[in-house]
Design a protein around this ligand. Structure first.
Ligand code: NAP
Ligand code: GCO
Length: 259
């Protein structure tokens, strides 16, 4: 058993990861658990969360795992569940705002509902969850906040104006958090995945033309895997990043480096 590097050791820390019943969030939960963190899984579906918790326990024997089912767009539910987690499980020392959705449509045809659903789930939700968690971290003088941004925090493509606006806003909300909360001992940063194979992108993965385009557009020549994001998340959640603030760490196979 190799000794843990204290720079990346999350033993004794507890991470709330929103949107971790599947996909990237579940992969991040496994990665943080492997680094020693206790993890709180979140989503709206209790059955999916129970299955996700079983996955974490199977992947990381002995991991401390619990679940908290709430909608990240529901302020009252967020406040209730954050208070319950802190009272019944452990203080939240790492918050990963990962929950998110996609509603694709040409901008000129996009409905108000498609716009509002994406901005609410991908941007406003981060404000709501951080508003519930950060004061507790500030009172303790320490905390890690990681917001799941996207390469769409920097660039866009047709049919995802709502998503790009949300993720662009999330980049700046991340910096705003850093600017206000660094003096209280919090480190607030973003994780920026490239194109990753998850349910959110199933339609794109299964589209032969898009698949060929994105593999050509990405210098690594392939889609990323959710588990390939865990290392960057552990870094941003660990003592190794105690002087890192307001940064977006892109894990994109080189996509943003290429014209
Ligand atoms: P996914 O497989 O569709 O998973 C989305 C997760 O978010 C699920 O656990 C879902 O759980 C949860 N969720 C959605 N709406 C929620 C809400 N209102 N309240 C609570 N939980 C909610 O998608 P993914 O690809 O893993 O995406 C995760 C994050 O990564 C998103 O922020 C996405 O924008 C971002 N991202 C993805 C990629 C990519 O290529 N896949 C790239 C860059 C960034 P329930 O539906 O069960 O509630
Ligand atoms: C799309 C995709 C992207 C990815 C991701 C890339 O429709 O182009 O859904 O938005 O999900 O955000 O980083």
């Amino acid at each position: 058993m190799s000794a843990k590097n204290p720079l990346f050791d999350l033993t004794g820390r507890t991470a709330l990861i929103t949107g971790s019943s599947q996909g990237i969030g579940l992969a991040l939960a496994c990665g943080l658990a492997q680094a020693g963190a206790a993890v709180v899984l979140n989503g709206r579906d209790e059955t999916k969360l129970a299955a996700a918790a079983a996955t974490v326990r199977a992947t990381v024997p002995g991991a401390r795992v619990t679940t908290a089912a709430f909608d990240v767009t529901n302020a009252a539910a967020i406040e209730r569940e954050v208070a319950r987690i802190e009272a019944d499980f452990a203080p939240i020392t790492i918050l990963i705002n990962n929950a998110g959705i996609q509603r694709r449509a040409p901008l000129a045809e996009m409905t108000e509902a498609q716009w509002r659903e994406v901005l609410d789930a991908n941007l406003t939700s981060v404000f709501l969850v951080a508003r519930a968690v950060a004061p507790r971290m500030i009172a303790r003088g320490a905390g890690k906040i990681i917001n799941t941004c996207s390469v769409m925090s920097e660039v866009s493509r047709p049919t995802i104006a709502n998503y790009a606006a949300a993720k662009g806003g999330l980049k700046m909300l991340t910096r705003a958090m850093a600017v206000e909360w660094a003096k209280h001992g919090l480190q607030c940063n973003g994780l920026g995945p490239g194109y990753i194979v998850t349910e959110l992108n199933r339609a794109l993965v299964e589209n032969v033309e898009f698949n060929k385009w994105i593999c050509g557009r990405t210098p690594a020549g392939r889609w990323g895997k959710p588990e390939e994001l865990a290392g960057a998340a552990v870094f941003l959640a660990s003592p190794a990043s105690d002087f890192v603030n307001g940064q977006i760490l892109y894990v994109d196979g080189g996509l943003l480096a290429a014209l």
